[in-house]
Ligand binder design. Sequence first.
Ligand code: ZN
Length: 58
Amino acid sequence: MAKKGAREIVGMVCSVCKSQNYVTTRNKVNMENVKLQIQKYCKKCRKNTEHKETAKLK
Ligand SMILES: [Zn+2]
Protein backbone atom coordinates (compact mmCIF):
# COMPACT_ATOMS: atom_id res chain seq x y z
CA MET A 1 0.00 0.00 0.00
CA ALA A 2 1.30 3.41 -0.91
CA LYS A 3 1.84 5.92 1.81
CA LYS A 4 0.22 9.26 1.33
CA GLY A 5 1.77 12.59 2.16
CA ALA A 6 5.47 11.87 2.01
CA ARG A 7 5.78 12.16 -1.75
CA GLU A 8 4.51 14.95 -3.88
CA ILE A 9 4.37 15.42 -7.61
CA VAL A 10 6.30 18.34 -8.99
CA GLY A 11 6.76 19.63 -12.50
CA MET A 12 10.14 20.29 -14.06
CA VAL A 13 10.35 23.50 -16.06
CA CYS A 14 13.04 24.54 -18.47
CA SER A 15 14.98 27.47 -17.05
CA VAL A 16 15.43 28.91 -20.54
CA CYS A 17 11.96 28.84 -22.11
CA LYS A 18 9.94 28.11 -18.96
CA SER A 19 8.00 25.28 -20.52
CA GLN A 20 7.11 22.34 -18.35
CA ASN A 21 8.63 19.29 -19.91
CA TYR A 22 8.76 16.71 -17.18
CA VAL A 23 6.89 15.57 -14.12
CA THR A 24 8.55 13.86 -11.23
CA THR A 25 7.93 13.01 -7.62
CA ARG A 26 10.00 14.09 -4.70
CA ASN A 27 10.18 13.08 -1.12
CA LYS A 28 9.29 15.98 1.10
CA VAL A 29 10.72 14.37 4.20
CA ASN A 30 14.24 13.95 2.86
CA MET A 31 14.31 16.90 0.50
CA GLU A 32 12.60 19.59 2.49
CA ASN A 33 14.89 22.46 1.56
CA VAL A 34 16.42 21.06 -1.57
CA LYS A 35 15.37 22.39 -4.92
CA LEU A 36 15.74 19.92 -7.70
CA GLN A 37 17.86 20.95 -10.63
CA ILE A 38 18.46 18.57 -13.45
CA GLN A 39 19.97 18.77 -16.89
CA LYS A 40 17.32 17.51 -19.26
CA TYR A 41 16.45 17.68 -22.88
CA CYS A 42 14.02 20.44 -23.81
CA LYS A 43 11.94 19.95 -26.94
CA LYS A 44 11.42 23.68 -27.38
CA CYS A 45 15.06 24.62 -27.03
CA ARG A 46 16.08 21.40 -28.79
CA LYS A 47 19.00 20.91 -26.46
CA ASN A 48 19.83 19.99 -22.90
CA THR A 49 18.95 22.75 -20.51
CA GLU A 50 18.68 23.15 -16.80
CA HIS A 51 15.29 22.14 -15.45
CA LYS A 52 14.01 23.32 -12.13
CA GLU A 53 11.14 22.05 -10.09
CA THR A 54 7.93 23.97 -9.86
CA ALA A 55 5.40 23.51 -7.12
CA LYS A 56 2.29 23.86 -9.23
CA LEU A 57 1.44 21.63 -12.13
CA LYS A 58 -0.13 23.20 -15.16
ZN1 ZN B 1 13.48 25.11 -23.04
